[in-house]
Design a protein around this ligand. Structure first.
Ligand code: G3P
Ligand code: CA
Length: 327
């Protein structure tokens, strides 16, 4: 093994929570399958444990993606909290030490849409960022970490951004050409990160609402030409909801406007199930049936996107390679 960095020439294929269409998300098995399928980078969403170890979960509330509810020894940890204005009841990563968390097992989030994945329920544990970095280095792929709820965690005494940057630096990743992209739906933490790391930063935006830290009035305002120029002052690129690329079958101009501001565009999330597809790419009425996600990706690639998140990296790599004229 050498320390050679992957080239990551655009458009890149970002394995969203691993190959999460085919394995329970955010497990080493999901990341390994994504790497085997040719993904350029793997995406961990990150939250901190009670003892401040960054681990991969999409939410800090883990009843949907682990077997925590069937562990009687943790019944007393069930709690109700308000996270970014949303009240929720369940079990929260920040109330478990890493050792405790490692006794849990991951399960499929979408058993109705992805029933085949339930065969892998309770086979895998919750991976740490350290384990994911080691896996990425071993296979010479990049990583695309997302800091989840940074303001919330700071408010309860868990810093996440500085430990992330420190861990990446310790892994030898601290330059703009490192195969690393740090993403966030919040703004203030990205602005702080821009002052402390040279790693590429991605401003995530959704079609509705605005950043939970209140640092901008709305995501829509951030995506105007003036808003994009402001984002470009601290970020390398944007990660918009894929729906923001289109007004029906016509481009909204977001890709063109972002490029004009000097920003790259990595939309999320391309998924094969009809349930997630625009009507023109569906095949049949069964929500769990697979439609033409390759066609949907190809259409986005024709807009000039610089990469994309997908739950199905094998399909994404094939579509990307065909767009490049590579068989
Ligand atoms: O990070 C890009 C995409 O993953 C954002 O959505 O909710 O899946 O983290 P989410
Ligand atoms: Ca994410």
């Amino acid at each position: 093994m050498t320390d050679a960095q992957p080239s990551l020439s655009p458009p890149i294929v970002i394995a969203h929570r691993g190959a999460s269409g085919e394995r329970p998300e955010h497990t080493i098995a999901a990341y390994e399958l994504a790497i085997a399928q040719g993904a350029d980078v793997i995406e961990p969403d990150l939250v901190p444990t009670k003892d401040d170890v960054l681990v991969a979960r999409h939410e800090n509330e883990i009843s949907e993606t682990t077997d925590v509810a069937s562990h009687p020894e943790f019944a007393g940890r069930k709690a109700t909290k308000t996270i970014d204005g949303q009240k929720m009841t369940g079990w929260f990563v920040e109330d478990f030490t890493l050792a405790e968390l490692k006794t849990l097992r991951a399960k499929e989030r979408l058993p109705l849409l992805r029933p085949g994945n339930t065969a892998y329920d309770r086979k895998y544990d919750i991976p740490t960022l350290a384990e994911i970095i080691a896996l990425a280095k071993k296979h010479k792929v990049g990583i695309y970490p997302e800091t989840k709820h940074p303001s919330y965690f700071a408010s309860i005494g868990h810093a996440t951004d500085a430990p992330l940057v420190a861990q990446l630096k310790a892994a030898g990743w601290d330059s703009p050409d490192a195969p690393v992209f740090i993403q966030s739906f919040e703004v203030a933490n990205l602005k702080r990160l821009a002052r402390t790391t040279k790693l590429r930063l991605i401003q995530l935006v959704a079609g509705e609402g605005g950043p939970a830290d209140g640092a901008a009035p709305s995501y829509a305002a951030m995506m105007t030409p003036a808003g994009l120029r402001e984002v470009a002052s601290y970020a390398w690129g944007i990660g918009p909801d894929k729906a923001m690329l289109w007004d029906g079958k016509l481009p909204t101009g977001l890709v063109r406007n972002a490029h004009a501001a000097g920003l790259r565009v990595h939309p999320w999330t391309f998924r094969a199930e009809n349930y997630f597809l625009p009507s023109r790419f569906r095949d049949g009425l069964n929500p769990r049936g697979h439609g033409d996600v390759a066609g949907e990706i190809a259409a986005a690639l024709r807009l000039g996107i610089d990469g994309f998140f997908t739950d199905y990296p094998a399909i994404g790599v094939k579509a990307r390679n065909e767009a490049r004229g590579v068989k």
